[in-house]
Design a protein around this ligand. Structure first.
Ligand SMILES: [Zn+2]
Length: 252
């Protein structure tokens, strides 16, 4: 495989190359990007879906498990629209800090997130994963490898959670894209600003000739799609919405 003409879809953190494997997802030098949306499903998610549908764009979502139990029907809309759905832990805790330095607690936080997404979608597993705050302790990277769940970082953080004006986010993404040419863009589907931002960003990307890629259309990821008995632990916790969480709970 010609490395120079291969689209590198990085399953590792660009700044901290600690993930054990890098996947090359597809040939060609074209401008390809993977849009990813974290921290949903939320009341804002259907608006993000509409913005994507308006431009016929498919994306990848990393939902929080707890939110999947609040809004399972919204998460089903995401999957039904043809987007890829991974997971992003149960409650968005930084797994590099206490008490999650206790690996058993960290594993439970991960597994509850996986099972909440799987339960909402009626699937056995959620095969793709992103660490909250992109913090990935090495022992958990190893654990995800044993679980056969692919981890994803980002090439271009949009910092959409810091910026108020849509054009600021568009400028930030386009500036980074001009530098890298391709890669994974990190955004959030829990912010109202993201919806207005998409209305500007998507037409700009299309006009500049970018092609959108989702994790579901990548052959190199096939190995992660079918969970096996060997890779799934016996005592996976089952996450269920038990009515204790108010539907207006803070997203982060
Ligand atoms: Zn997040």
């Amino acid at each position: 495989m010609d490395m120079l003409t291969t689209f590198l879809f990085r399953a590792y953190c660009a700044a901290q190359r600690k993930y054990p494997e890098i996947l090359y997802l597809g040939q060609g030098t074209g401008r390809r990007i993977a849009l990813t949306f974290d921290d949903g499903p939320w009341v804002t998610t259907p608006h993000v879906l509409k913005a994507l549908a308006d431009e016929c764009v498919k994306a990848t979502f990393f939902p929080i498990g707890k939110h999947a139990t609040y809004y399972p029907e919204i998460l089903r809309q995401v999957a039904a629209a043809g987007h890829t759905v991974g997971s992003h832990t149960w409650s968005h805790k930084d797994l590099s800090r206490k008490p999650y330095t206790d690996i058993e607690k960290a594993k439970e936080e991960i597994e509850l997130g996986v099972s909440a997404v799987a339960h909402a979608l009626g699937r056995k597993e959620a095969s793709f994963f992103r660490f909250p705050a992109l913090r990935h302790p090495p022992e958990l990277v190893k654990y995800m490898g044993q679980r056969n769940i692919a981890m994803f970082s980002t090439d271009m953080d949009s910092f959409d959670f810091k910026m108020r004006k849509p054009e600021q986010v568009v400028n930030a993404v386009m500036t980074k894209l001009k530098k890298f040419g391709k890669g994974i863009v990190l955004m959030h589907d829990i912010r109202r600003q993201s919806i207005a931002m998409l209305g500007e960003l998507l037409p700009t990307l299309i006009a500049e000739g970018y092609r959108f890629v989702t994790l579901d259309e990548v052959p190199a990821l096939d190995q992660y799609r079918t969970p096996t008995e060997e890779t799934a632990p016996e005592d996976v916790p089952i996450a269920m919405y038990d009515g204790r969480y108010p539907l207006t709970a803070a997203a982060r």
